[in-house]
Design a binder for this molecule. Structure first.
Ligand SMILES: C[S@@+](CC[C@H](N)C(=O)[O-])C[C@H]1O[C@@H](n2cnc3c(N)ncnc32)[C@H](O)[C@@H]1O
Length: 308
């Protein structure tokens, strides 16, 4: 049996926990909890943890390579106050935290998605900021630093105290965090960056969606060349992207974006021919929340298979 690498000691396998996670128990002590979303290589997260040993630091990343690098860094620096979650921040913030449990949230240079048609993928939209509000302690802060003037403008336009419960302040700053992406922007000649500081003024409560046991399908017939998948908008937004099929092995992978409330998920559906028919089920990969939109995506593929 494979043993757990020493450098993964800080990694929190959230699927093996009952949710929401009791972070004081996870860290083995009660202390202010600071969150960094999209920590990249973990330099800033581990630096903060080393400078502030009386607080607990939790990093959330979608990229496994980032988790491994930050875990090794925390291990090398013998940091006992760092934990890492391999998860999309949008699902993590919903399921893994109680209300009023986080002292601060920081995101440095979140993906700006500069193209207009990709703007929908930007993280810091009112629904997500409101979710951050519900997890923050009273008076807690969310800090977002971006190199992108467009992203900054969009956040400023869209944030109102009424929508998010947050009061927003903008500072124009010089490079101050020495992260990989900050250095990259500096190398291109950028000298000014935008620091958006959200102060929690009023509390906002979030209703968590119901968790389901997602039903997989087996269908007797499926023609992969003739699978007509139609995106849906209501009641959940489901978008089908590319479909890759290997005719020799009779295995296909279908890329899906689903969105309901604050839960946006990007995942793959695996389609495989087996003795009793074609199996349609979520492929392995970053942990996926079993909510209604995932079930709907599987059901659409099943119906399309029957009509193919
Ligand atoms: C542009 S990089 C910035 C990395 C680092 N903060 C820095 O300044 O070098 C954005 C990072 O956010 C992560 N990320 C993007 N969307 C995320 C999400 N929804 N949840 C968690 N991490 C996310 C990406 O994997 C990537 O490592």
């Amino acid at each position: 049996m494979a043993t757990k690498s020493k450098s993964l000691e800080n990694y929190v396998p959230w699927r093996a926990r009952s949710l929401p996670i009791l972070w004081d128990r996870e860290f083995g002590r009660s202390a202010p909890l600071h969150l960094e979303i999209g920590f990249g290589n973990g330099d800033y997260l581990t630096r903060c943890a080393a400078d502030d040993p009386d607080s607990n630091y939790l990093g959330i990343e979608m990229t496994w390579g980032s988790i491994k690098r930050a875990a090794a860094l925390a291990d090398r620096n013998r940091l006992k106050n760092v934990r890492l979650l391999w998860e999309d921040a949008r699902t993590a913030l919903v399921w893994d935290f109680q209300e009023h449990s986080v002292s601060s949230i920081t995101a440095l240079y979140p993906c700006p998605w500069p193209k207009k048609r990709h703007a929908k993928f930007r993280l810091f939209k009112p629904a997500f900021i409101r979710l951050c509000n519900s997890r923050l302690v009273d008076g807690g802060t969310l800090t977002v630093v971006t190199d992108s003037a467009d992203y900054k403008d969009e956040i400023l336009e869209d944030n109102t105290l009424e929508k998010t419960g947050m009061e927003l302040k903008l500072e124009i700053i010089a490079a101050s965090f020495s992260t990989k992406y900050e250095k990259k922007w500096e190398e291109t000649g950028q000298t000014e960056f935008y620091k958006l500081i959200f102060h929690k003024r009023d509390h906002r409560t979030i209703q968590n969606p119901e968790v389901l046991i997602v039903k997989h399908h087996v269908v007797p017939h499926l023609d992969p060349r003739n699978l007509k998948l139609v995106d849906e908008q209501d009641p959940y937004s489901i978008q089908f992207k590319q479909f890759i099929f290997d005719p020799e092995q009779n295995i296909g992978l279908l890329e899906v974006y689903s969105h309901e409330e604050t839960i946006e998920q990007h995942f793959y559906i695996r389609i495989k021919k087996q003795e009793n028919g074609w199996k349609i089920h979520p492929a392995g990969g970053p942990p996926l929340l079993p909510v209604a939109s995932v079930q709907r995506a599987l059901d659409i593929v099943k119906n399309a298979a029957q009509q193919s």
